[in-house]
Write a protein that binds this ligand. Structure first.
Ligand code: SF4
Length: 424
């Protein structure tokens, strides 16, 4: 194939912001905070068997909700199938087509072949598990009828640009979320240590475990490996964050930016989508002269500050400037730092906002409202709480729904918006 001209234009169009939907509720939050598209999984054939999955009625409801807001829905069918898995797949693919999902995400050539035969008009996106790392691979999948390629996470910006020049398929790049210590999809650690197969949707994430040293002839003795007082998490990669590189990715002609995290919380998904939406909205305001040197474009610092508040295992740009080194690993802990916690989701707007409580709320608490299409938050103090029968409360527990009276008026509060609180 003749190399096509670079898409690099003075003012490039913005890529789609693609968010994870581990549940209907998380999908609603992702859309509220600015996702252009969402991806989710059914109970079988996806790689997050233990994440919230959608059965057929739930998927129908999700598609109806998203389509009413012009948001496409992509469904993961990215299992590495064994022969036995293929038996029920034709019916499942037909049901996805009948539900009018916008694309399926596949990794296995056998699944792709079946989809091409059974549902030829259903667009196919290639999963990152297929590890597209070069132009020939991209062209190969494109010739098989794949509309979009989610590229391997192990690519530099230079390689992404070369792929853009060398193939016609839509290109999608992971920009945020957890990373595997292995090439995505090439990991047997979980199966070996726990019997849960990462390539069949059940990864137990043993790369986040804390390991010890054992001498061969004394298996009963476990010697701690001490990086510091926290121990050693020798396989634990930091989280990916390409926020600062969005201008270069946009200028490179990437078609979609994907956020990882179907297993993450509603609060995490909303918070991360919000920052990337604000970043893309900011880039939209720039003019042609700004785009002449995208590598010099710097996002407003409040965006970078805000991404830290979403809760991370520290951040890395991974392969974007070349292979990462030891500093891209997080050896002393595996849990994400969470400086904020969610306290409430707005469910209705009456004379006062009716909220669903996520962490205990007490009269007098200081909280913040997270506005959308900006990383601005409004501080607020709880003046009074009322239950749904309008009886006053001093405290509201998680799971309850209460009316929230704030000390000052708070313009901009919207249904599905989130309140958060800084942890003490
Ligand atoms: S064990 Fe870790 S590296 Fe392996 S597939 Fe699971 S998350 Fe990825």
């Amino acid at each position: 194939m003749k190399e096509k001209q670079s898409k690099k234009a003075p003012r490039p169009g913005l890529p789609e912001l693609l968010a994870p939907a581990g549940s209907f509720e998380k999908m609603v939050t992702a859309i509220h905070y600015g996702a252009d598209a969402v991806y989710l999984g059914g109970p079988a054939y996806g790689l997050r068997a233990r994440a919230g999955t959608f059965d057929e009625p739930a998927m129908a409801a999700a598609v109806a909700y998203a389509h009413a807001r012009r948001v496409p829905v992509y469904v993961t069918v990215n299992i590495f199938a064994h022969n036995d898995d293929l038996a029920g797949l034709p019916d499942y693919l037909r049901s996805l087509q009948a539900l009018e999902v916008d694309a399926i995400i596949v990794a296995d050539p056998g699944v792709l072949a079946l989809a091409t035969e059974i549902v030829p008009h259903l667009p196919v996106h290639l999963s990152t598990q297929a590890n597209v790392t070069n132009v020939n691979a991209a062209r190969f999948w494109s010739r098989q009828g794949v509309r979009r390629l989610n590229l391997a996470r192990e690519l530099s910006l230079q390689e992404i640009r070369a792929l853009r020049r060398g193939c016609d398929a839509e290109l999608e790049v992971f920009v945020h979320g957890a990373l595997c210590i292995s090439y995505s999809g090439r990991c047997l650690l979980s199966h070996y240590l726990t019997g849960r197969d990462a390539n069949r949707g059940s990864c137990a994430q043993p790369c986040r475990f804390r390991y010890a040293l054992v001498e061969q002839t004394r298996p009963e003795l476990h010697y701690p490996i001490e990086e510091d007082r926290h121990g050693a998490y020798i396989l634990n990669a930091k989280d990916l964050c390409l926020l600062a590189r969005l201008p270069e990715l946009v200028a490179a002609g990437v078609d979609a930016l994907k956020i990882e995290g179907r297993m993450r919380s509603l609060f995490y998904v909303g918070s991360v989508v919000r920052v990337y939406r604000a970043a893309l909205d900011y880039l939209q305001t720039l003019d042609d002269s700004d785009w002449r040197q995208p590598e010099r474009l710097v996002l407003p610092p409040e965006l970078t500050d805000e991404i830290i508040r979403t809760g991370t295992r520290e951040l890395t740009e991974n392969f974007i400037d070349g292979p990462p080194g030891p500093t891209e690993m997080l050896y002393d802990r595996s849990r994400a730092e969470q400086p904020y916690e969610p306290v409430a989701v707005v469910r209705e707007l009456a004379s006062l906002p009716l909220v669903e409580v996520r962490n205990p709320l007490v009269v007098g608490d200081s909280i913040e409202y997270m506005h959308r299409r900006t990383v601005h938050t409004s501080p607020a103090r709880i003046e009074a709480l009322f239950d749904e029968a309008w009886q006053p409360l001093q405290r509201a527990n998680p799971g309850s729904r209460v009316y929230l009276s704030l000390a000052e008026p708070l313009p901009g509060v919207a249904v599905e918006g989130l309140f958060r609180r800084r942890k003490g």
